[in-house]
Ligand binder design. Structure first.
Ligand code: HEM
Ligand code: NAG
Ligand code: NAG
Ligand code: NAG
Ligand code: NAG
Ligand code: NAG
Ligand code: NAG
Length: 326
């Protein structure tokens, strides 16, 4: 019996080897090839994010957008060219910030070890380190991602969940990336930091039904306040609102408390309490110490960071994060 299963596993193993040279991410992937890389990255983040703490949120969001389109392959960082509309050009991405921050980290790391450390790994590490600097959770970032060569704005539109999504649409979007409802609930907690443009949610404030009026799932006092003080017209596409007013720079339970008070900014936030199990998970988390949220968030981030990664000899190590190698 033992022998059979040994032979069996050898057969499966060789199938695996024949099929594709596929390596796993690993902690400290650059320990030999670029021993100081992770330290250089984290030093740079620790030096600069305290002067620009509002950059932590777009960097975290950028990692999410990267992972949801063709996996965490740095494709979100690629510039459009005369014959290609890159992910950056897609509506949900137009509000991303922090590309130059990544480019600066990349050039530091390139000086140390040219052509070794991928942009996808740099983005994953910077997002983790930036959230750490503002006092947020720590998660493990195994490395060894390689950079993709394709960045397509249509794919960004098709893969990044929209703020208008209901619970089942969100569930499907996350399931398409191998993520569970739990991952959906805890990763949405990232909305405890950062800002949104009015254009991302003002449809809830103005003419929601087509007969005037607000989204009934949004606290009406809060909606009135947003219209009076933040998003004064339906077409305002420059004003912004904090997603977790009062503590938008602090990684805390504020987001979930808002959602329970029907003050989540997006329909996708409000959706999390339209499902009974999700609502009760959120009730539980707000009644637990913040470390519990940090733990589940960290676990889901590590999982997100593994979505469809390119490893081994797939893809490339880009020289400049904004352009594929020539
Ligand atoms: C569940 C589906 C999600 C939807 C529909 C969604 C949608 C959005 C939208 C519309 C914005 C505002 C963009 C703007 O107008 O400037 C935003 C901001 C943000 N999102 Fe999400 N998001 C989702 C999940 C996530 C995840 C998984 C993360 C990270 C783990 C994340 C992190 C952020 C952060 C940090 C911001 C603030 C960005 C800033 O301050 O510039 N979001 N999100
Ligand atoms: C971008 O992706 C869309 C949707 O998958 C596809 O139809 C289109 O051909 C792609 N564009 C390019 C330039 O590859
Ligand atoms: C959720 O949204 C999808 C896509 O817009 C729609 O088909 C579905 O009916 C909605 N589900 C609920 C429960 O409203
Ligand atoms: C509200 O939406 C309906 C349907 O789209 C439209 O006919 C109407 O003109 C809108 N009203 C306002 C005040 O924008
Ligand atoms: C924002 O709105 C202004 C005025 O309504 C318009 O001219 C501009 O093109 C809009 N910008 C974007 C990016 O949609
Ligand atoms: C990518 O685009 C940005 C913004 O347009 C620009 O500042 C940057 O220089 C470009 N990067 C490269 C390598 O072309
Ligand atoms: C908020 C914002 O800038 N939205 C714009 C994003 O880009 C599309 C075109 O790709 C515009 O139509 C949106 O107004």
């Amino acid at each position: 019996m033992r022998r059979m299963s040994f032979i069996g596993s050898m057969i499966w193993l060789s199938f695996g080897l024949l099929c594709c040279v596929k390596a796993d991410l690993q902690l400290g992937f650059y320990d030999k090839s670029c021993p100081k890389a992770e330290q250089t990255i984290s030093d740079f983040v620790k030096e600069h994010i305290p002067h620009a703490p509002t950059l932590a949120s777009p960097l975290l969001r950028m990692h999410f957008h990267d992972c949801f389109v063709r996996g965490c392959d740095g494709s979100v960082l690629i510039n459009s060219t005369s014959n290609n509309q890159a992910e950056k050009a897609a509506t949900p991405n137009l509000t991303l910030r922090g590309f130059d921050f990544i480019d600066r980290v990349k050039s530091l790391v390139e000086k140390e070890c040219p052509g070794v450390v991928s942009c996808a790994d740099i983005l994953a590490l910077v997002a983790r380190d930036a959230v750490g600097v503002i006092g947020g959770p720590f998660w493990r970032v195994p490395t060894g991602r390689r950079d993709g060569t394709i960045s397509n704005s249509t794919e960004a539109l098709n893969n990044i969940p929209a703020p208008t999504f209901n619970f089942s649409a969100l569930q499907t979007s996350f399931a398409n990336k191998g993520l569970s409802v739990a991952d959906l609930i805890w990763l949405s907690g990232a909305h405890t930091i950062g800002i949104s443009h009015c254009s991302s949610f003002s449809s809830r404030l103005y003419n929601f039904t087509g007969k005037g009026g607000q989204d009934p799932s949004l606290d009406s006092f809060y909606a009135a306040n947003l219209k009076k003080n933040k998003c004064k017209s339906p077409n305002d596409n420059t004003s912004i609102a904090e997603m977790d007013p009062g503590s938008f720079r602090t990684f805390d339970l504020g987001y979930y408390k808002n959602v329970l008070k029907r003050r989540g900014l997006f329909q996708s936030d409000a959706a999390l309490i339209t499902n009974a199990a999700s609502k009760s998970a959120i009730l539980n988390i707000v009644n637990s110490p913040p470390e519990v949220f940090f733990q589940v968030f960290a676990a889901s981030m590590e999982k997100m960071g593994r979505i469809e990664v390119l490893t081994g000899s797939a893809g490339e190590i880009r020289k400049h994060c904004a352009v594929v190698n020539g």
